[in-house]
Design a protein around this ligand. Structure first.
Ligand code: ARG
Length: 566
């Protein structure tokens, strides 16, 4: 359903400027302060085509745009043209849309017929899931959900780091000290212990390095024992990863991995060498670029094909399989050069679709109050973090709401939700610092705060013993400024989803939800929802229902649960 105000404004501006109304609609923004207007047209982008300063354009347009109908006032303000619309139209129009669409409100079909591949999480196997892969998992999962909401066909790919030198090392360590029963009991943790032991011993025993290299070569050459062990480690680890994903509510369309592309990459490197794209440099094979970008290594001087070679094959394979319109790689900022080289090389190979591939980088994560133990090789396992979050949430619930009936489930939903939210709430390129007290705070700008607000409105609705949403509502009764402000916020939701997809920024949904909670709570404090006045009660209950519906939907887009009681 389209937004009638945006339509009316776009139509007027389109008449005055000759721009297409769809283009105008995309430009419209919601001013930060409602006193400035309900919608704003930033005139910067028009300046180029109209060859005039943006503030002049705003001035001129303000005379040309007709006021009347739903548009009540037009005012230039510097480079912006601000529009005021009829508050009662705004409230009734927006509320009618939320009511008609219910849980579907905000979702759209803009992506219909298009396919997007999202490469995310992609941990390295033969060790437990560490917090090193938490951010890509949370951000990627949210981008999957956001694109699904916009009608895209989404293929979520987990591209496991399951090939190369670390796996030779794992085999060498297992052969040196491994105990089959122990590995069976606790696969990735035991394999990781062996790996840590290997790294500790290797300094005093150089023969270990040789052994690891030999096992890597065996593995690449298809040696049976090497392959059998590698497969076993791989399968056991994937099982373990799946447990973590289930806890986090994350699913993939496809489990892929580097190992699938070992053979094809050998052939590809040969082909690139024949075509003159790969050239020798100090015994290695590299791709050189025509500017100052660092040459990309495809094959080391020992003849081993590296990460990039496999990524080239994987990209082409995905194009062949899914014929995607867009592909995202949700991977830390430290791999920026790798992805630049990947996309450039694909282009040089004649794959113009490389222009539709994007690296979605993010900053580092830092946990305060979780000690990294050197015995474990300086890592924090994600499961420990999830366990701790659930345990701490349990304690909070025990204190705040000891009679809650399904405490265990709520502690899981809120504890894990808190971790996910903390990961998504600031722009993804920023580094994230985790501090338990901060991320679990029920009143701060946190996941639990949004979930708590949602649960609180659920409880308001439970107390209203009539059909939800109420029938026979006079929406024009929602006239207090606090109510209008919430409705405006609801009106903004569909656009927020589109923007967060365009910018690959789940944080836009995350901050939107905080804003919605703030406005909603202001309304709740200022206006008594249930009163003697039945018509007013029905109107306000309807607003509460709309708020609750959008909060739940938004939490879902972030990959979080929305418990009804907490
Ligand atoms: N396994 C890699 C890592 O942990 C991430 C892989 C990302 N995806 C890709 N196609 N390169 O750093």
């Amino acid at each position: 359903m389209s937004n009638p105000f945006v339509d009316a404004i776009s139509e007027q501006v389109s008449k005055a400027t000759g721009l297409e109304s769809g283009q105008v609609a995309d430009l419209l923004e919601i001013p930060p302060n409602p006193d400035m207007g309900d919608y704003a047209l930033p005139c910067f982008t028009l300046a180029k085509t109209m060859r005039k300063a943006p503030n002049l354009i705003a001035e001129e347009l303000s005379d040309q745009v007709e006021v009347g109908g739903t548009i009540t006032e037009v005012k230039p303000a510097g480079p912006y043209l601000n529009f005021f619309v009829s508050k009662s139209d705004l409230v009734t129009g927006t509320m009618a849309r939320v009511l008609a669409e219910g849980e579907q409100y905000g979702r759209s079909k803009v992506g219909e017929g298009k396919t997007i591949v999202v490469d995310f999480s992609s941990p390295n196997i033969a060790k437990p899931f560490t917090i090193g892969h938490l951010r890509t998992t949370a951000i990627g999962n949210s981008l999957v959900r956001i694109h699904e909401a916009l009608g895209w066909k989404v293929v979520g790919v987990n591209y496991l780091g399951d090939w190369g030198a670390p796996h030779g090392m794992n085999i060498a360590a297992y052969k040196a000290w491994g105990d089959e029963d122990k590995v069976r009991q606790n696969p990735p943790y035991e394999l990781f212990n062996l790996y840590v032991k290997f790294n500790a011993e290797v300094e005093s025993d150089p023969s270990l390095t040789e052994s690891a290299q030999a096992w890597t070569r065996n593995l690449e050459a298809g040696d049976e024992e090497a392959l059998t062990l590698w497969k076993w480690f791989r399968e056991e680890t994937i099982e373990d990863f799946k447990r973590v994903y289930r806890r986090m509510g994350v699913e993939f369309s496809d489990y892929s991995g580097e190992s699938l592309y070992h053979e094809p990459s050998t052939r590809l490197v040969e082909k690139l060498t024949e075509d003159g794209l790969a050239v020798e440099s100090e015994g290695a094979l590299v791709v050189k670029f025509d500017d100052d970008m660092t040459p990309a290594v495809l094959q080391t001087s020992h003849g081993t094909i590296v990460y990039l070679g496999r990524d080239l094959c994987a990209a082409a394979d995905r194009k062949a399989r899914y014929d995607f319109d867009k592909m995202l790689y949700v991977v830390g900022a430290e791999q920026t050069l790798h992805f630049k080289q990947l996309f450039r090389t694909l282009k040089m190979m004649g794959h113009d679709w490389a222009d539709n591939c994007a690296h979605v980088p993010f900053g580092l994560i830092n946990f305060k109050g979780m000690k990294m133990s050197t015995r474990k090789g300086n890592v924090i396992f994600l499961e420990e973090v999830l366990d701790r979050a659930v345990e701490l949430t349990h304690e909070i619930i025990e204190e705040k709401n000891p009679d809650l009936s399904n405490k265990d489930q709520v502690a899981k939903d809120v504890g894990i939700g808190a971790i996910i939210y903390a990961d998504l709430d600031s722009r993804r390129t920023r580094d994230v610092v985790f501090e338990w007290e901060e991320i679990l705070n029920f009143t701060g700008e946190t996941g639990p705060y949004i979930q708590y607000t949602h649960a609180r409105y659920c409880s308001v609705l439970r107390k209203f013993e009539q059909t939800i949403p109420p029938e026979d509502v006079d929406l024009s009764l929602l006239s207090e400024p606090e109510a209008v402000a919430v409705v405006k916020c609801l009106d903004d939701y569909p656009k927020k989803i589109e923007q967060s997809a365009e910018n690959h920024e789940p944080s836009q949904i995350a901050t939107y939800l905080i804003d919605l909670c703030t406005e909603a709570n202001r309304f709740y404090t200022a206006c008594r929802v249930v009163s003697e006045d039945e018509a007013l009660t029905r109107a306000r209950v309807t607003l509460v229902y709309a708020i609750k519906t959008v909060l739940k939907s938004g939490l879902g887009l972030l990959g979080m649960k929305a418990p009804e009681e907490m």
